[in-house]
Design a protein around this ligand. Structure first.
Ligand SMILES: CC(C)(COP(=O)(O)OP(=O)(O)OC[C@H]1O[C@@H](n2cnc3c(N)ncnc32)[C@H](O)[C@@H]1OP(=O)(O)O)[C@@H](O)C(=O)NCCC(=O)NCCS
Length: 149
């Protein structure tokens, strides 16, 4: 399993993996964001991206943002895992942990003392994988939005 920071050559694969994780999002918008990031444009929601490769096949990715704060963390700002995905056929073999290790290394190198993440309450696999990777659950929230249009 090889983990590396995303490169321009990975953009199409990364965009495809993003659309597999965020299925209800607009795939063309996810791809445009990926292109912008590898082109060096500042994307507030993406600070670092890691790709997991098995042989020559990209099987997963992890995206980090640096958020001004994250519920349950003490430090501000704090790096936050925004996306963590491994292809179903490649799961359970260490790719997820290796991606998380790379994210942790990126954060430590920059002097951060915490790493934040979240997932849906029903996502038992993700909750278990977070716990195995050293995260402690801090709280469960119900989010709201009221349209003002
Ligand atoms: C979460 C996800 C990225 C984990 O990837 P993975 O490659 O299967 O993870 P790993 O094989 O490296 O496992 C990491 C740790 O979690 C544990 N783990 C993984 N799946 C688990 C499960 N279903 N139940 C219990 N533990 C589990 C592993 O045993 C491992 O711990 P260990 O190294 O101490 O043995 C993957 O399941 C996934 O893509 N899920 C769908 C997308 C998603 O929900 N992403 C997270 C929210 S953004």
């Amino acid at each position: 399993m090889l983990i590396h920071a995303v490169r321009a050559a990975d953009v199409a694969t990364w965009a495809l993996l993003r659309s597999k994780l965020w299925r209800s999002a607009d795939a063309s918008e996810l791809a445009a964001e990926a292109h912008d990031f590898v082109a060096g444009k500042a994307i507030p929601t993406i600070a670092a991206v890691f790709i997991a490769e098995e042989g020559t096949t990209a099987v997963g990715f992890l995206e980090l943002a640096v958020r001004s704060f994250s519920d349950g963390c003490d430090s501000m700002p704090v790096p936050h895992v925004e996306g963590w995905y491994v292809e179903p056929f490649a799961r359970g073999k260490g790719a997820g942990r290796a991606l998380m290790d790379a994210a942790e290394g990126w954060a430590r190198e920059r002097g951060f003392t915490e790493l934040a993440s979240d997932t849906e309450p029903w996502n038992e696999r993700s909750i278990a994988a977070h716990a195995r990777c050293g995260f402690r659950e801090t709280e469960r929230l119900v989010k709201f939005c009221k349209s003002l249009r």
